[in-house]
Design a protein around this ligand. Sequence first.
Ligand SMILES: *Cc1c(COP(=O)(O)O)cnc(C)c1O
Length: 258
Amino acid sequence: MTASAEDRARDLRTRLESVQRRIAEATEKAGREQAPQLIVVSKFFPASDVQILHEFGMTDFGENKDQEAAAKSAELSDLNLRWHFIGQLQSNKAKSVVRYASMVHSVDRASIVNALGKAMAREIAAAEEAGEPARPDLEVLIQVDFGEEFSPDHDATPASSGAQRGGVVPQEIAALAAAISETQHLTLRGLMTVAPLGAEPGKVFDRLREELDGLNRLYPDASIMSAGMSHDLEAAIESGATHLRIGSDVLGPRPAVR
Ligand SMILES: *Cc1c(COP(=O)(O)O)cnc(C)c1O
């Protein structure tokens, strides 16, 4: 390794260990036996960082742009990684996303469900034709937007609202869940949220937990609660998050908000 690569590895190790310590402490404080799964959000950072973090035992990585994710996952295809797609998804990207993603956290409309289902069917047919083993079902989460419940000025300030981040209002979860469960090659695994700006994360995450518990009674596989970012991971663990999506506190500050 070059000197700068060694510096970067040392930097990443320090940051990762600090995040792991926070997770362990919050897990204990919440009286939970098992720590949530850490997904390192590698958006904006190079494949070389992912490789270093993989050497430190990280297996799950999150990306929010198809182009960047497709390139990074291709570059690292010899590593045994699980890629999580966590960004706003356009139907025309579904074909690409299903090639590398194990899980899509950001499903928020029927047209995306349909596009992912079709893309998966195509992938599986192609594998069959080539005599390759079929990939497992795509795991999907419904992204929920609690903006209306937690930001009274939701409509007045679209720039800071959940509308920009995507997600369905809680009343729409049931219909989307039904659409997913009726779609071949997709498995509904649970719910995801990003706490709206200005809202108390713990209260938002408690609402997500409540919605998930209801959903999970109807769909036994839907047990994943994807919540918690760098600044609110403790609140997410307290509310029962099973998967954390941590970017900047592991990798360092990003040049700009994306
Ligand atoms: C970028 C991003 C994260 C990670 O955020 P950090 O604050 O850097 O930890 C988590 N979830 C989503 C949906 C993101 O886009």
